[in-house]
Design a protein around this ligand. Structure first.
Ligand SMILES: [Zn+2]
Length: 282
């Protein structure tokens, strides 16, 4: 039978990537080692600009009160903002003319932007939107390097040596700090007074007493809450893991811990600590 060539041509077209960005019309580029094509028009592709700022202000990043995703779109469309750092140049007179922007909400927005200068380093780092750097990775990097200047100088090998950081993340972080747009963004954020290093308080509470320890926390505690307990482990260099395995260093057991967890710890010979005996270690 004959192959219907005209039909196949139509079908195969479906699998071709578009050559140009449907949003801004610039030629799409395929990044090395990746299947997808990307629009690299950093400063001129509106959905990218809006997305970057929306990520920056999101709850787990800078969490700017009084600024929602729709307002970001208005700000970008009015050419008031095209980079997260531009937020810090806004004043009330700039934003009052925006659609449905009352005096009170304009004031709140400016206050919210100002307050974001106190947001801790790891959340600013997350807010930068570095590829593959999610909330947890940002925390790990902030804790390890302690400042953005130290992080920006790290080599790929150095980054990869950090616990939990693989080659993909290492290369992405390295590339970010060698990109003109991101260098400019970081130095502007620095000049506006954002937290780009761990605070003295965060540094003071950090020890390496539990370095290398993999700790399971289970049950209900009396002196500290479960999340405080996890923070203590984190601040002292330990790692909270969710399930018991042969690699677990010990289990911190509170009240009402599930019997199967205790059984598993006993079977594997994992030490079981009470809340008090754990706190005594610190
Ligand atoms: Zn584009």
């Amino acid at each position: 039978t004959n192959v219907d060539k005209s039909k196949r041509a139509v079908d195969s077209k479906k699998f071709e990537f578009p050559e140009f960005c449907p949003e801004c019309g610039s030629k799409l580029q395929r990044l090395e080692g990746e299947a997808n094509h990307y629009c690299l028009n950093y400063n001129g592709c509106k959905p990218q600009i809006i997305g970057r700022i929306q990520h920056y202000i999101s709850r787990k990043a800078l969490d700017i009160e009084g600024l929602g995703g729709e307002t970001v779109t208005l700000l970008v469309n009015a050419s008031l903002v095209q980079d997260p750092a531009d937020l810090y140049t806004l004043n009330i007179e700039d934003i009052l003319p925006l659609d449905r922007m009352a005096q009170k909400s304009a004031e709140n927005l400016i206050l919210g932007i100002e307050a974001s200068k106190q947001i801790p380093f790891e959340r600013v780092l997350f807010g930068l939107g570095i590829r593959y750097v999610g909330e947890t990775v940002a925390k790990t990097l902030a804790k390890h390097y302690k400042s953005i200047s130290a992080l920006s100088e790290a080599t790929v090998e150095n980054l990869e040596a950090v616990d939990e950081i693989g080659i993909k993340i290492a290369e992405s972080v390295y590339a970010f700090f060698r990109n003109d747009n991101s260098i400019r963004l970081v130095s502007r954020l620095y000049s506006y007074g954002l937290q780009l290093e761990l605070s003295k308080a965060a540094l003071a509470n950090q020890t390496s007493i539990l370095a290398g320890d993999r700790i399971v926390v289970s049950g209900v505690f009396e002196k500290v809450s479960r999340s405080e307990l996890k923070k203590l482990i984190d601040a002292n260099g330990g790692k909270v893991v969710s399930s018991i395995s042969a690699k677990t260093t010990y289990l911190v057991a509170g009240a009402n811990m599930g019997p199967s967890k205790r059984q598993k710890a006993e079977d594997l010979g994992i030490p079981i600590l009470t809340e008090q005996s754990f706190l005594d270690k610190l």
